[in-house]
Design a protein around this ligand. Structure first.
Ligand SMILES: C[S@@+](CC[C@H](N)C(=O)[O-])C[C@H]1O[C@@H](n2cnc3c(N)ncnc32)[C@H](O)[C@@H]1O
Length: 295
């Protein structure tokens, strides 16, 4: 049974203007929350241009329609679409490997936007939490009213400490680890806030937990206005890496297990260009990191 309840066909695409809940739509979102449309559009339609990375998202297209959003401007930004489909593929691979080892564990996608990654990571036994700021949580409740014994929507503000307990995530002495997903979110926080999020994960998470997050080079900070998709939203990049060590600096328990660069999508030319620029970039221009715990 599909766990997402579609009241009156609300997420059906035929006439989204009439089916959108009143007061809720893409245009009602503030700058940073509105960036959720970028990955949503990529997962909905990006596979047409990049079929080898098509994530086959079962919900993204209907959600875009439910919002009344036009995906064409986002899909025209091919480099960003490629980044997002690449990271989705890697998140699926890393997530599935985690849940293969821990089929009863909990997954939490914070700053989840309108993503539904549990469609790919449900083991039939694990639990999943999708959480975002109140305005996005309200959208999720309207467009994705989930009825599932192991999957729930929640509200979170990662700029405030204490979210681990507020979300009811398993305590450090729990036998089951947690998979924490922070996708396209920490770069919008101030550096001290992003570091505090990683510190809270390190302080609270049970043994064996993993945190998957995407990272920017410090050279992108303050330059979101030049990004073809993020620029028009008015959101700004605030946290970027001068060196990969900054991912583990917030807490001695943090361990960098992998840091992949999107440049791998661009073949030999991408690798050569990033290698040349690395002394200035300090870290991948855009990367995906896997943080574990040193227990
Ligand atoms: C680029 S979107 C990514 C959405 C989703 N992770 C995805 O990949 O589809 C950024 C998301 O981060 C959320 N976000 C930004 N600041 C946040 C905060 N302080 N606490 C929780 N979520 C936040 C936004 O509301 C938005 O949904």
């Amino acid at each position: 049974m599909d766990p997402i309840v579609r009241h009156g066909g609300r997420t059906h695409c035929a006439s989204p203007r009439h089916e959108r809940p009143e007061g809720l739509g893409a245009q009602a979102l503030h700058a940073v929350p509105s960036t959720l449309l970028i990955p949503l559009a990529a997962r909905a339609g990006g596979g047409r241009n990049f079929p080898w990375l098509d994530c086959h998202d079962a919900h993204a297209a209907a959600l875009l329609c439910g919002l009344g959003a036009d995906s064409q401007p986002y899909l025209a930004d091919g480099a960003t679409v490629l980044n997002i489909l690449w990271r989705t593929a890697l998140l699926k691979t890393w997530g599935r490997a985690f849940f293969a080892r821990h089929p009863d564990a909990t997954g939490a996608n914070l700053g989840c936007g309108l993503s539904t990654h549990f469609q790919w990571l449900d083991t039939g036994r694990n639990h999943w939490i999708d959480a975002d700021l109140p305005e996005v949580a309200a959208l999720r409740t309207a467009l994705l009213p989930i009825q599932h014994p192991r999957w729930r929507n929640a509200t979170v503000d990662l700029s405030q400490p204490g979210w681990w307990h507020t979300l009811g995530l398993p305590p450090q002495n729990s036998a089951q680890p947690v998979l924490l997903l922070l996708e396209g979110v920490l770069m919008y926080l101030e550096p001290a806030q992003a570091q505090a999020v990683l510190r809270e994960f390190a302080t609270e998470a049970p043994r064996g937990s993993l945190c998957l997050l995407d990272t920017l080079s410090h050279l992108a900070v303050g330059r979101a206005q030049h990004h073809p998709s993020v620029g028009p939203t008015g959101a700004q990049f605030r946290w970027g890496l001068h060196h990969p060590d900054e991912l583990t600096a917030p807490h001695p328990r943090l361990q960098l297990q992998a840091l992949r660069s999107v440049s791998e999508c661009y073949g030999w030319a991408g690798w050569a260009s990033e290698t040349c620029w690395r002394p200035w970039l300090g870290a991948p221009l855009y990367g995906l990191a896997l943080l574990g715990l040193d227990d």
